[in-house]
Each structure stands twice: as C-alpha cells, then as structure tokens.
Ligand binder design. Sequence first.
Ligand code: G6P
Length: 372
Amino acid sequence: TSAEKGGWPSFMAKEVAEEPDAVANTIRGRVRDGAVVIPELDGSDDLFRGVDRIIITACGTASYAGMVGKYALEQWARVPVDVELAHEFRYRDPVIGENTLVVSISQSGETMDTLMAVKYARERGARTLSICNTQGATIPRESDAVVYTHAGPEVAVASTKAFVAQITALLLLGLHAGRVRGTLSAADGAAAVAELDALPAKIAEVLAEEQAHVTQLAGWMADTRSVLFLGRHVGYPIALEGALKLKEISYIHAEGFAAGELKHGPIALIEPGQPVFVLVPSPRHSALLHAKVVSNIQEIRARGARVIVIAEEGDAAVLPFADEVIRIPLAGALFEPLLAVVPLQIFAMALATAKGLDVDQPRNLAKSVTVE
Ligand code: G6P
C-alpha cells in the first residue's frame, strides 16, 4: 500500500533511500575499542582458525556481494576464497572438508538453491556460516553460525539495501576473521573501521548529489536496447550487479564485464552509440589499475561508445573521454563498491520507471525462489 511506501513512489525507491541506515545498522554493535568484534561469533573462533579455504555460496545479487567479500576476506584474513553459485557448487563433487568454511549469503534465508548448498556442505563436514537479512530463516538455522544484516525488510523484488548490507557484513566478517587469525594489524583494522563508519554519510551524499542527474540520464536512455558495464577489481562485481538490476526491472539486455577482459571479446560489441558504464577505480589506490581502465575507456570511445563513467571526486583523467561523469566520494579500495553501486541501482529504477514498468514487481521474477 502507499502508506507502507512512506511517500515513496515504490518500495525500491524507499529501500534505496534506506541504504545509509542499512549499512549503519549492520555495523552497529560490532565495533569494540576500534576493532571489529562480531558478538554473534563470540566463542566461534574455531570457524576461522585452521581454515584453509573459504567458499562463498549464493545466488543472484547475493553472489555479487560474495565476490566483493572474496577480495576483503583474502586481503584481511589471508585465506583463499572462491565464490560459487549455489546451484553449481553442489552438483560437481567439490573439494571440501572440515577445514573448509562455507559462507552462504541470502537476503531471505529461504532460497532453495542456497539452502541445499549449505546442507550439502554440512553433510561433508565443512563449517558453515550464514549471512542473512531475515531473523530465524531456514538457512541460518541450518548453519553453524549466522551474521545478520540489518537492512530491515526488503519488499521490492530487485535487491538494493540488502546488497549494500551484505557487502558491509562481509567487510565486517573479513575484519573479524583477520583479527582472530592474527593476519590483520590493529592499525589496519582501525583504519578499516574508520572507513566503515564514514560509509553511511557517503552513501547519503551519492543519493543527494547524483539521484537527479542519474534519473535524467535514464530518462534520455529509455529507448536503449542494450547497456554494457565494465569494472575491475571490486568494480567487476558491481558491473555485474549493475547489469543484473537493469535486466531484472527494465528488461533491457545488459552485460557486465571485467574491464581487463574487454580486449578478449566484448570489445567486438562496441558500435557507435552503444552505452557503456565504466566503474573507474581510484588512482589513489592503484595508479596502474586506474590507467588501465582509462585506457579501456579510450578504446571504446574511439569505437563510438557512449561512455558513462563512475569515478571518484577529483579524478580529472576521465573527463576528456566521458560523455557523462557520475561522481562518488573518496573511499578505501574495498569500500568503493558500496558507493559505486548506488547510481547503478538508481539508473535501473529510473529507466524502468521511464518505460512505465512496475519496478517493485518485475515480470517472471519472485522475491525469494523457494524451489530448485
Ligand atoms: C531471487 C531474487 C534476487 C535475489 C536472489 C537471491 O532470484 O529475485 O533478487 O538476488 O533470489 O535471493 P536471496 O534471498 O537468497 O538473497
């Protein structure tokens, strides 16, 4: 009903607006003396000590959060991490055992594919931890431990605030595990906590500064038939998520690619007028990666692509080659995805709205898929 939407035109619009709170509420109570301590994992240090491999398993948007989580867990907890779609994972005799930690991610906690992957992992002796947004759902009940995201109930089929909360929980998990395993210095942990604490205000800033711009852009592009998304490092899963959002609610063909893969195939898709979103990593984190992505932009621009860049404030190197520039505030490398995804969510929502579609209830999709 319109009352439940609190004045917003759709649940999706309301839920995007709630993203700063979703992140803040997921962090709350999980920082002690400048370090991440997740109270639910008190007494569960065994989950992380002696683990030689982590498998993150999920479906859809949650799997893209998992891909960001892989970078964080490997950097801070120094364990090899693989991300596996739940429905692929259990049908191929994976190498898992008691030293494997299987981390499942599910907003609903009821996705059958993910649930079956968790049960499969448990039967084979793996340790299981669930990241879930729904208290008491089936997947957390079937897991050894649970870290809840506190995004609040998500109604729109296309996941938005739950996604940023999932990434937040994975960053917290990486910092917690790094501390327990002794692989994260106190100084690095404290710097990461400062980054986390600054996120809600930065997300609010993206909403305040870019919502109107991105909405206008989507309006101009309502007749677009195909949109490509390029990203690198943690920008890669965000490119995949940007494409998924567009498919889900605006029914436009969309693909996300790792920017480094462009020359190995996708560049053949570029023709004059093809819209391409490019997520540009901060030059402060890696001048090399930044230069490589700027060179990707030049390559597609030379072939006529319409380039829409998402880059941090002050990055002037992108200006000569971009048709549109969407700005995000400065953040640490692993924290940027939480900012960069916001304009992509708004874009999909605004484009679907411009096409007159129901953004909350897209055709053929269910909020939670409880069959295999
Ligand atoms: C469905 C939804 C997606 C969601 C996926 C995983 O396919 O339409 O938006 O990402 O399920 O859902 P979960 O509840 O497990 O996160």
